[in-house]
Design a protein around this ligand. Structure first.
Ligand code: FES
Ligand code: FES
Length: 163
């Protein structure tokens, strides 16, 4: 199998690696970088648990090869909180409004909601539901997640940044 040299920034840290051409970005992040907050559920683009930011866009890391991220800026859920560990508005709202139970889906929701609120900082509930329609949660029934994203949007008015 062909190995390929890649250079990218992950959560602000420059990374240089030689990876098999078929290694997914999800596996690169989890195995090579040790960033296991990016969860793998379905591994074929359905559940959204593996969502990360690739040059600011929310993408499914199980559907992207690591070599496709060469030269890119990647943010995983580990890079969403502040450097001192303070939760982002989305993370804090999910905790406050019971937007998680087992937490398996949560990294994907955090990243998806963060990207969404950057694009649409004042969404309606329908827009929130549409935005998270590609992320599956088997525990919460989604009500707490929608409530949390709405609360994060409202908090964003007084908190300067989502990440
Ligand atoms: S693990 Fe990537 S979408 Fe499910
Ligand atoms: S909190 Fe368990 S799958 Fe969402």
């Amino acid at each position: 199998m062909t190995d390929v040299e890649i250079r990218l920034r992950v959560n602000g840290v420059q990374r240089h690696a030689i990876v098999p051409a078929r290694r997914t970005l999800a596996d690169f992040l989890r195995v090579d970088c040790g960033l296991t907050g990016t969860h793998l559920g379905c591994e074929h683009g359905v559940c959204g648990a593996c969502t990360i930011l690739l040059d600011g866009d929310a993408v499914r890391a199980c559907l992207v090869f690591a070599v496709q991220a060469d030269g890119a800026e990647v943010t995983t859920v580990e890079g969403i909180a502040a450097a001192d560990g303070e939760l982002s508005p989305v993370q804090a709202a999910l905790r406050k409004h019971h937007g998680l139970q087992c937490g398996f889906c949560t990294p994907g929701f955090v990243v998806t909601a963060t990207a969404f609120l950057r694009e649409n900082p004042n969404p309606t509930d329908d827009q929130i539901r549409d935005a998270i329609s590609g992320n599956l949660c088997r525990c919460t029934g989604y009500q707490g997640i929608v409530k949390a994203i709405r609360a994060a949007a409202e908090a964003h008015g007084v908190m300067k940044d989502l990440v």
